[in-house]
Design a protein around this ligand. Structure first.
Ligand code: SF4
Length: 947
């Protein structure tokens, strides 16, 4: 303990300053000093209520109270009031939302800000927060000499910006200056208010005061010193300072490695300093573990924690220098049933509770955009107590996806009508959402109006009760409630987007910390370890990027100006981190630091602070402190993943479509997944239309057109009239689609380009005698299997044309394709490979003369874009071949034949079941069937594609 003589000369009361080593003995020494101070000032014995003890954080308050108790021998006592400064003052030292909102309004009104920064609410809000932070720092720093400080600031800026290179930044600094001065003049409620309260307390002298300085290793600030001196004019003050230099006296190697912490001469080379302490030097209680990967690092940390727990270590600190690795550590420990008390918590912005609230604002702002709407309605934090919510939301989802409703209440309503959702409750749900969304859009001019309307929506939409039953949800509600209170009285207009930004910033700043968790293992920041005793500590991610962590980028005031004004600088912040690290090493019996030797492809280096310590330790003690990770080994029998060959005869569906029949040819496993398991991809609402959407529109137009003209002889009609009529039908189909998805306009132009070519083909076709007979007709055909089971083949045929040859009537099946003619020619080249047209032949039963694809490609100078493609084989032969094989395959499936995954690369490339069959894990063949695929198919007795 180092006692500094009390300052009694100019002060009417006592101002005593005691410096204590920042190591394991700090708290007992501090408690004894406090008791001695109390006894000198009328609080003798165990009644300390007249004393106030200011500490950096709530954790320190608990430590102070516990240590006083143990120094008093465990007897009952009345403790002093022990609290952090802000709690004692009853007001925060940092500005809150009200100040940010006021600054935001000021910034938004500035043409210079708008042109130099951004008009985006999020960017302006971030700027307002930065300026508020700086203003708070300036307000605190100016406490001792408010007038003179303002002048110093002006002079410092003038000096700095005299240099040409710095002139470009001058407007920024002047802006901050003006805003700070305006804020001080308006009696701001944050730091300025706290300073007023400090002054009031200093003058009223509320009783003896103990002040523990130095949160997170920072030095006593000038404003703190000023306040304590003012306080000491009215009541005795004891200033306790934790000194790292004292703590390092018994740890010479730490002092050698970090002379900047002890004030030693830094010009003496590290090697010389290490040599000087070689005699009797003891290596620090630190092991440094380099890891190759994140997983190895996390596993090493988790193993160390488990080993310590097995040894009975009671208090373990996990210092999360690298949050990513720390999160993985936490997950590994939870898997090993070790719950971690996470003091850093989760940002509310990352929680699903906050996301539900933000999603609601997105639903409102983006006019019921379908993804937001479904996300929001499926959240467990919405529609609490809504009767039949799962069923209603399910109908809602099916209608939106099936109807392609992109956004807007009209589109949603139409989609619900299409699925006839009248009795499901989905229409009522849409009404409710629409009502609340309108209310939110018309909330009123200011931020407070938006906050009030959000509160109303939370109640009406069953969000408040849903959030209230969840601990994180409760934290979210607390933030919303506090925000509303803070925004009351804020003037100026604000849009919903600006309110959303304010709320998002609030959720970003607030953390959810589960205080219910009791565990010997705590996760925290490095700063949070300051003056807190642990039996063991782990520094996770102790590399150059994280230890010391680079200070946050500072706008507006350069470091040189900040240093002149007594504000923290990047260097002072890094110094504070080194202080905390040194104190942790001095106070903790066992410390392990881990770091990764590579970050992706780049080499990574260990923390420069630890590197210096390693060098000093190697030089003085011959121990470089590096230890290798001893990975826990487990032997696992290697097992290669097998090609799946399921068999499930009882699931053979009663109906098989053309596309399912094609699956059976392409890959038996694909058939199993699609037809037997009934799996399919979830339909998404069209946002960027693709060829499939063009195909759907194409079918609708041609169906409308031909239904209107029926069996007309097109060869006798005016081509121009036919083109105009087709264009009219195209308009009728595309207009509502374009209203929903404007990108479909390009497809409309594409179709219009194909109209002349289609009419030419149509008239030639008619000249050959073909007449339209039916379109979009559903057909089915029963197939009797040997086992007595029947399977119905089903399908909808795009078009059937007929020809009257006098003695007989011939039929032709046509299938429209929005694909290139070359692709279709390739598909039909191999007999049996493409089964769609023969499948239609099976459906119709009656002999068909032919079948053809009609390809609608892009029109070019060389091609009209409309091309008919027919198979080379006689159609009746092809129908018979496909029919026999399909019957045989279905028979084998019904008999329990295995259904192996044997798709060829070209099929697998577009197969949505690839993740299910895990092809990438068991086979990497491409091109045609590999031998293995053929073997698998042969073994199963299922036809493997083209023969
Ligand atoms: S990815 Fe290939 S092998 Fe797998 S199911 Fe699809 S088609 Fe069959």
């Amino acid at each position: 303990m180092m006692r500094v003589a009390p300052f009694l000369q100019s002060l009417s009361m006592e101002y005593e300053r005691i410096r204590l080593a920042a190591d394991a003995g700090f708290w007992p020494a501090a408690a004894r000093a406090v008791l001695e101070f109390a006894s000198r000032h009328g609080a003798a014995g165990r009644e300390l209520q007249s004393l106030t003890w200011i500490v950096p954080t709530g954790a320190h308050a608990a430590l102070a109270r516990a240590t006083l108790g143990s120094v008093l021998g465990g007897v009952a006592f009345i403790p002093p009031r022990i609290a952090p400064l802000a709690a004692w003052l009853g007001r925060p030292l940092r500005s809150g939302t009200a100040t940010h909102a006021a600054l935001f309004n000021a910034l938004r009104a500035s043409p210079w800000v708008r042109s130099s920064f951004s008009t985006q609410p999020a960017a302006l809000w971030g700027l307002a927060e930065d300026i508020a932070l700086l203003s708070d720092e300036l307000t605190l720093a100016a406490l001792a000499e408010p007038q003179a400080y303002g002048e110093r600031l002006q002079q410092s800026l003038a000096r700095h910006y005299r240099r040409r290179a710095a002139r470009a930044l001058q407007p920024q600094a002047q802006l901050v200056l003006q805003l700070w001065q305006a804020q001080r003049g308006s009696d701001d409620g944050a730091a300025g208010g706290a300073m007023d309260e400090l002054e009031r307390r200093a003058q009223s002298g509320g009783g003896p005061l103990v002040y523990l300085a130095g949160a997170g290793g920072a030095a006593l600030a000038a404003w703190e010193e000023h306040f304590l001196r003012r306080y000491a004019e009215h009541a005795p003050v004891l200033l306790l300072e934790a000194e790292v230099a004292q703590a390092l006296m018994d740890r010479p190697l730490l002092a050698v490695a970090w002379p900047e912490l002890t004030g030693e001469n830094r010009d003496v080379p590290l090697a010389a300093r290490a040599d000087a302490v070689r005699a009797g030097a003891v290596a620090p209680r630190l092991a440094i573990l380099p890891a190759a990967t994140l997983e190895e690092e996390a596993a090493a940390v988790a193993s160390q924690v488990l080993a310590w727990l097995r040894e009975g270590v009671a208090r373990i600190a996990l210092v999360a220098l690298d949050r990513l690795t720390a999160r993985r550590v936490r997950a590994l420990l939870e898997r090993a049933q070790v719950i971690v008390r996470d003091e850093t918590g989760w940002k509310l912005s990352t929680t699903s509770a906050a996301a539900a609230v933000m999603r609601w604002l997105d639903v409102v702002a983006d006019d019921l955009y379908w993804r937001d709407l479904l996300d929001w309605s499926k959240s467990s934090f919405t529609l609490y107590g809504y009767a039949g919510k799962p069923e209603v939301v399910s109908v809602f989802e099916q209608a939106i996806r099936g109807g392609g409703a992109l956004q807007g209440v009209r589109a949603m309503r139409r989609a619900l009508l299409d699925v006839d959702a009248g009795d499901s409750g989905a229409v009522e749900l849409l009404d409710l959402i629409d009502r609340e969304a309108r209310a939110a859009r018309n909330a009123g001019p200011g931020l407070a109006d938006h906050a009030r309307t959000l509160q109303r929506s939370l109640r009406t939409l069953g969000m408040r009760p849903a959030l209230a039953v969840d601990p994180v949800g409760n934290a979210v509600l607390d933030e919303i409630d506090a925000l509303q209170v803070e925004l009351e009285g804020i003037g100026g207009r604000a849009s919903l987007a600006e309110f959303r930004t304010a709320l998002a910033a609030r959720f970003e700043d607030a953390a959810f910390i589960d205080h219910q968790v009791e565990s010997p293992v705590s996760m925290m920041s490095l700063a949070a370890t300051w003056l807190r005793p642990y039996d063991a500590a782990l520094l996770i991610g102790a590399d150059a990027a994280h230890l010391p962590a680079a200070p946050a980028e500072r706008l507006f005031l350069p470091n040189s100006v900040r240093a002149e004004l007594g504000l923290s600088t990047g260097e002072s912040q890094q110094h504070a981190q080194a202080m905390v690290l040194a104190s942790l090493l001095a106070a903790t019996p066992q410390v392990v630091a881990t770091w990764r030797t590579r970050m992706g492809d780049e080499p990574n280096t260990v923390s420069p602070l630890l590197e210096r310590l390693q060098f000093a330790s190697a030089r003085a003690c011959g121990d470089e402190l590096t230890r290798s990770i001893s990975a826990a080994t487990r032997s696992v029998e290697p097992r290669t993943l097998q090609r799946p060959t399921p068999s499930c005869p009882e699931l053979l569906p009663p109906r098989v479509s053309a596309s399912q029949a094609q699956s059976l040819v392409n890959c038996a496993y694909q058939f199993y997944a699609r037809a037997l398991l009934g799996l399919s991809e979830v339909e998404d609402v069209i946002e960027v239309p693709d060829k499939r959407d063009f195909g759907v529109a194409l079918h609708r137009i041609l169906w409308r057109f031909h239904r209107a003209w029926a069996a007309a002889d097109f060869s006798q009609l005016e081509a121009r009239a036919l083109q105009d009529d087709l264009a009219r039908h195209a308009q009728a189909v595309f207009d509502p689609l374009i209203e929903r998805a404007p990108a479909l306009l390009a497809f409309r132009h594409r179709f219009e380009g194909l109209i002349p070519g289609y009419v030419v083909w149509l008239q030639q076709h008619a000249r050959a005698g073909w007449r339209w007979a039916a379109g979009e007709e559903r057909h089915e055909q029963r197939v009797e299997l040997a086992s007595g089971r029947t399977v119905e083949l089903i399908g909808r045929i795009d078009r059937i044309d007929s020809i009257d040859r006098g003695s007989e009537v011939g039929s032709l099946v046509i299938d429209y394709k929005a694909r290139s003619a070359d692709q279709l020619r390739n598909a039909v080249r191999q007999p049996g490979e493409d089964v769609q047209l023969p499948f239609y032949g099976l459906l119709l039963g009656a002999p068909l003369e032919a079948a053809a694809y009609l390809a609608f490609e892009r029109r070019t100078d060389e091609s009209s874009g409309v091309v008919e493609v027919r198979a080379n084989e006689p159609f009746d032969v092809e129908v018979q071949r496909v029919g026999e094989r399909l019957r045989a395959d279905l028979q084998r499936v019904a008999a329990g034949a295995p259904l192996p995954a044997f798709g060829i690369a070209a099929v697998c490339k577009y197969c949505e079941m690839r993740g299910l069959c895990r092809r990438d894990y068991w086979e990497h063949s491409d091109g045609e069937h590999s031998d293995a695929e053929r073997d698998a198919a042969d073994a199963a007795g299922i036809s493997a594609g083209p023969e």
